[in-house]
Each structure stands twice: as C-alpha cells, then as structure tokens.
Design a binder for this molecule. Structure first.
Ligand code: GLN
Length: 292
C-alpha cells in the first residue's frame, strides 16, 4: 500500500521538468483527480493510503509527465474561468492570460452595450476558438448573447462542441479558414463584438518556449511566420471592419512583443478607442478597439 506522502516523494522525479512549486501543484492536482479527494484533505492527511489501482494509475501518469506531456492532456480536462473544459492535443490548453481577456470583455460589455451583462443581447464571434474556452465562458456569463465561434480545425471544433454541451450553453460553431474569409463570406453574419486569440508565436519566440508546449500543443494554434507576425491580426481587423457596425468592439489576445505594432495597424485601418492592456505578469497581452 502506498500513502499520499509516498506519491509526493515519487513525483519529485519531475524536478528536471518542473520547479518545486509547479511540481507540488501538479502532484496535488493529479492525486485529487485520481482519488476524488479534495486538495485540502490530501494536504491534511498525508498518511492516508491509496488503493493499488489508484497507485498504478498514478505511476502511469508519472511516466507520461516525465516525457513533458502536459497534465491537462493526460487528464483530458482542465478548468477555465471556473468552468470545466475537455482538452485534447487538437486544441491549445486554455491559458490564465486568456481568462484575463474574458474578464476584460465581460467588464467592458456591461457598460458599453447595456446596463448590465444580463441585458446584452448582441452577437459575438470568437475566431480560432480551439477548445471553445472564450466563446463558452462568454456565453455562460452573457446568457442572452448570440455567440458564434469559428475554427479551421475540425477536431478542435468537435472538442469545442463537446465543451458547449458539457457547460450547457448554446454556441453556433462555424468551420472556416479566417484568412480566406472573403471567399467564405456566406458563413458569417454581422456581430457586435469580435474576439480572437489567434496563433501569434513566431519561430524566434519558439526558442524561449518550454518543450511541454512545443512538443505537445498544436502548432497550427501557436505559430505564425516570422516575416508576418500580424498575419491573423491584419486579416481579422479587415474582417471586423465589415462585420462590426458602428461602435462594435474588437478584442485580441496578442504577442507581448507586438503590442505597439498591432495598435498602429488598428489605428491605420480606422479603429478608435484603442486600449493596450497588460496581463498579470505585466506583459502587453490584450487589445480592445472600436469601430467608428
Ligand atoms: N500564450 C500562448 C503561449 O505562449 C500562445 C497562444 C497563441 O499563440 N495564441 O503558449
């Protein structure tokens, strides 16, 4: 029989991949998922014994974690904005920075379009939805909004659809390549708010990325060519100029190295009220812009 304490000891083998805080959080998460015990009780009762079956599963998970596979893919799920999301290697794992983007949208939406968020009845489009985390968390918090989400990847759309069912919200999913939107115009309507967290990592940034990310997460969701880091932002801004009415809002998650360039591009195209916002690490991470 092994105890909770033994598992913490065993998982210290991950110290070549994770620092001690990450490792502790990861071990706690995995034990809690497998044993169905709360994190508080795991911490409070380290001598508690686990079943043979549970200890076997924990060993298998440790082996996978040692290869650098993200825990979210191993467990097949994660949490975003307090909601559960299924994830698979066909979708990017939702990031905390993106939760900040959702929070910003929700705080702006209330005041900009309606007295409070419950009264917002406008149309929202999330471009490059992946797991559906932005679209679904917006719909959950803006119950009267009409939310659509588009992605180029069929498997990603399938995951996003499963996540809409899991979270009991209605989102209209569209399969399309946004870079080719002019040829696929019939798939889109008019929207009051467009949001996107498109691929924005350049081959240059890749060198600083953890192999947990680069070896396991979908490259089509992460990377853009070095010579055109604003590829998606340009296309989406043009799309938004036609698909947003007056006083429509466009929100982006951005590459921290291209904040000012993205703002300039939006200014040139005629957007107004442009705000560049930092994430909790103080990095340029989000932009809001309005149509005139
Ligand atoms: N923020 C993600 C990362 O650094 C990238 C997200 C994206 O390309 N849209 O891993």
């Amino acid at each position: 029989m092994i105890t909770i304490k033994d598992v913490f000891e065993d998982y210290k083998q991950l110290n070549n991949i994770y620092d001690s805080t990450e490792m502790e959080a990861l071990t706690l998460l995995v034990i809690s998922e497998i044993s169905k015990l709360s994190k508080a009780s795991i911490k409070a009762f380290p001598e508690r014994e686990l079943s043979t079956e549970q200890s076997e599963v924990l060993k298998t998970i440790l082996t996978r974690l040692q290869t650098g596979e993200p825990v979210q893919y191993i467990l097949g799920e994660t949490e975003f904005y307090g909601l559960p999301f299924k994830v698979s290697p066909s979708v990017l794992i939702p990031r905390p920075e993106t939760e900040e983007l959702v929070e910003w949208i929700l705080s702006v939406c209330g005041g900009h379009f309606a007295q409070n968020s419950d009264q917002f009845e406008g149309a929202i489009l999330d471009i490059g939805t992946g797991s559906g985390c932005i679209a679904i968390s917006l719909k959950k918090n803006l119950p009267n909004a009409n939310v659509s989400a588009v992605d180029i990847s069929e498997p990603a759309l399938q995951t996003a659809k499963d996540n809409a069912v899991l979270n009991q919200v209605e989102v209209h999913f569209v399969h399309s390549d946004i870079l080719d939107w002019r040829a696929q115009d019939s798939k889109f309507n008019m929207y009051n708010l467009i949001v996107s967290n498109p691929p924005y990592v350049t081959p240059h940034d890749k060198q600083q990325m953890h192999t947990n990310v680069t070896d396991h997460e979908p490259h089509s969701a992460l990377f853009v060519p070095e010579n055109d880091p604003l590829l998606f932002y340009n296309a989406i801004a043009d799309f938004a100029l036609l698909k947003l009415p007056t006083k429509g809002l466009l929100f982006f998650e951005i590459n921290e190295n291209y904040g000012n360039q993205t703002v300039e591009m939006l200014q040139k195209k005629g957007f107004t009220d442009i705000v560049l916002k930092q994430d909790m690490s103080g990095r340029d991470r989000m932009i809001k812009a309005a149509t005139i």
